[in-house]
Design a protein around this ligand. Structure first.
Ligand code: ATP
Length: 273
């Protein structure tokens, strides 16, 4: 059984068709990187996965059931803009993810549960390399450290799926490299399935086991909103990294089918950049 599956998935805003013809199946442990022109619907797709945007038509399934229409502990998210609380310490920022989830009314945990949440938060912060910054406030952290904190927050509830919306877009190239190593380490060690949007094609090919290109399947200049984007290319890359997956022929020569399964062509990252 696939972990995530879409069948004829569509998203419209009024008459504006943003996404359509989305048909895919994603197994546990895959690392999907998503590229595509600005405004083509990548974030909208991620929000549907998160449960903060509704499905207009078709199906989006998690474990063979309609994906919940609200965020849940099984799906963690990190956005490009730092989403941490400025008035809380690093440790407080991660504990609160558990507090808000376990005690939404009070937003507080007490006694043994607080101690367990604290221990779990320290574990998550150690995983992202912030164990020496527990008492710092976000303004005392570098951009890379703030994103590490946002990742620790997203991991606090032990999600199975991690949704990353251009998480490294605002970071310097050297720091991005460190973040790539971190995200690959977390993906492997925590058995995550990742969907990550990026504008950086090199990053998409370096990190993903599958690269998706979102684009409109048809463009009509007379009716720019009539057709939505879909996955126009679905490229197998770095398959040897997947848990228990031996390298496939696709690693050597990516083979691509269009969204109707018709064309079969070889594609390189140069061709879509
Ligand atoms: N809440 C909304 N109401 C109406 N239209 C929206 C809403 N959210 C997004 N859109 C529209 O949906 C389209 C896709 O937006 P989205 O943010 O998903 O694109 P994107 O591919 O992530 O873009 P970028 O790469 O610039 O972040 C855009 O035309 C946007 O204006």
């Amino acid at each position: 059984m696939s972990l995530v599956e879409a069948k004829g998935l569509e998203k419209h805003y009024g008459d504006d068709v943003v996404l359509e013809r989305l048909n895919f199946s994603v197994d546990k442990g895959e690392f999907i990187t998503i590229v595509g022109a600005s405004g083509c619907g990548k974030t909208t797709f991620l929000k549907m996965m998160l449960g903060t945007e509704s499905v207009t038509r078709g199906k989006l399934m998690l474990d063979d059931k309609a994906i919940p229409g609200e965020p849940g502990p099984d799906r963690g998210v990190v956005f490009q803009k730092y989403s941490v609380f400025p008035h809380l310490t690093v440790l407080g920022n991660v504990i609160i993810a558990q507090e808000l989830s376990s005690s939404p009314l009070l937003g507080k945990l007490f006694f043994g549960r607080r101690k367990r949440a604290r221990d779990a938060a320290i574990e998550r912060l150690t995983e992202v390399g912030l164990e020496n910054a527990l008492d710092k406030y976000p303004h005392e952290l570098s951009g890379g450290m703030q994103q590490r904190l946002a990742i620790a927050q997203a991991l606090m509830m032990k999600p199975r799926i991690l949704l990353l919306d251009e998480p490294f877009g605002a970071l310097d190239p050297g720091i991005r490299k460190d973040m790539h190593e971190l995200v690959l380490k977390l993906w492997r060690e925590l058995d995550l399935t990742i969907f990550m949007i990026t504008h950086d094609i090199e990053e998409a090919f370096a990190l993903g086991t599958r690269v998706w290109v979102f684009d409109k399947w048809r463009d009509d200049p007379q009716a720019p909103h009539a057709y939505g984007a879909t996955v126009t290319y679905d490229l197998d890359v770095n398959r040897e990294r997947e848990p228990n997956a031996p390298p496939t022929d696709a690693d050597k020569k990516p083979s691509v089918t269009d969204d109707d399964g018709r064309a079969d062509k070889t594609l390189t990252k140069e061709a879509i950049s």
